[in-house]
Design a protein around this ligand. Structure first.
Ligand SMILES: NC(=O)c1ccc[n+]([C@@H]2O[C@H](COP(=O)([O-])OP(=O)(O)OC[C@H]3O[C@@H](n4cnc5c(N)ncnc54)[C@H](OP(=O)(O)O)[C@@H]3O)[C@@H](O)[C@H]2O)c1
Length: 344
């Protein structure tokens, strides 16, 4: 059976559980890209890409206090003035910058959370967030304590929903017992699949929406990625899969994937994102993918994903990619859920 294209509008899903779940496009916008993480972006392009995103229904905007040391939130605040209600706005707290990736700190204590929410709200020019994540689980603070502090922000009306990022399945369950968790955000792509073992089944059981970050594996699985892109913005090169000992093999894998996508009459980016949505459906989980881009053309190419249906043959072929990728998804295994679960 060949893969079928059916033209559809961007479908919606919900971020819950909550008394009033937020309705969001099944693809959201990863606003780390507007902070220049993977290359510079002009202010006019920030406006263009956010306009195009919202117009298409990709209304979940994902940022964090650390993206560009607050720059992503500041740009969003400027953009959203007068149109705050057009988006479902999510930010994060918990990563403390300094010393490079893997050397960054984590804080999940109550005082820090109460301090940072006010700074984020100030930069974003709003009185509330629709979703606020613990960006990383603090190894020195029980997750119950951190979620307790986030729950205080819900009571205060500063945030509507609580999310976790890179929490293990067990941490998600413990957190959910303190206060309903609306979303769990983790890396999920054709080559980063450790969350399928514990995190996704737990999310599916508890009714927590999975938010898939880096669904394109930081641009690797797109039609246009090349070795010259590795150092754009300075961040990607910190990840093992883009370092010299792994890069060659991974570029080769990306070229194979490109051939597969083209054989199916689509692009790498559409197929990679389509796979995340297809896999979530197979596992019974609600998912929103949040690719990041500085380009309206790329944004539209990514939306093509939701017009694809994968055949069993395609699924079987893509299944092999996770075993073929060279290098782990993080330099410090403790930085991500799969490392603490003994999976990577
Ligand atoms: N919770 C966490 O710890 C965490 C960690 C990482 C990311 N995130 C969130 O997830 C979002 C997405 O992750 P990500 O940005 O790391 O990875 P990604 O979405 O997998 O990849 C982004 C990269 O892909 C490129 N790209 C996107 N669409 C493309 C297309 N159609 N054709 C060619 N290139 C394309 C972008 O370049 P161009 O700009 O040139 O399009 C950018 O360099 C972030 O913005 C952030 O909000 C969260």
């Amino acid at each position: 059976m060949s893969d079928v294209r059916t033209p559809t509008a961007l479908p919606t899903t919900t971020i819950g559980p909550a008394d009033e779940p937020a309705t969001v496009g099944a693809i959201g916008y990863g606003a780390m890209s507007i902070a220049g993480t993977y290359g510079a972006i002009a202010d006019a392009d920030v406006t263009a890409v956010l306009d195009a995103s919202i117009e298409a229904g990709a209304n979940l905007i994902d940022t964090a206090n650390v993206y560009g040391d607050g720059r992503s939130e500041q740009l969003l605040g400027r953009y959203l003035a007068g149109r705050r209600d057009d988006v479902v706005l999510a930010s994060k707290v918990g990563i403390v910058n300094g010393g490079g990736i893997g050397k960054r700190g984590i804080r999940g204590d109550r005082a820090y959370i109460h301090e940072q929410i006010d700074l984020s709200l100030g930069r974003l020019g709003t009185d509330h967030l629709d979703l606020y994540y613990q960006h990383r689980v603090d190894p020195n603070i029980p997750i119950e304590e951190t979620v307790g502090a986030l729950a205080e922000l819900v009571t205060a009306g500063k945030i509507r929903r609580i999310g976790l990022s890179e929490a293990t399945g067990d941490e998600l369950r413990r957190a959910h017992a303190v206060h309903p968790i609306a979303a769990i955000q983790s890396e999920w792509s054709i080559v980063s699949r450790d969350i399928e073992t514990y995190v996704v089944p737990t999310a599916a059981e508890l009714g927590v929406t999975v938010v898939a970050f880096s669904p394109l594996s930081r641009g690797l699985f797109t039609d246009s990625f090349g070795p010259e892109d590795v150092h754009l913005g300075g961040t990607r090169a910190n990840f093992p899969r883009f370092q010299p000992e792994h890069l060659g093999a991974n570029l080769e894998l990306a070229a194979h994937f490109r051939s597969l996508a083209h054989r199916l009459g689509t692009t790498s980016e559409a197929l990679a994102i389509a796979w995340v949505h297809d896999r979530a459906e197979q596992l019974g989980a609600r998912v929103v993918s949040i690719p990041g881009t500085r380009s309206v053309a790329h944004l539209h190419a990514n939306f093509e994903a939701l017009q694809l249906e994968l055949s069993d043959e395609t699924r079987a072929e893509i299944d092999g990619y996770a075993a073929r990728v060279s290098g782990p998804r993080a330099s410090d295994p403790n930085w991500v859920s799969g490392g603490r679960e003994g999976l990577i």
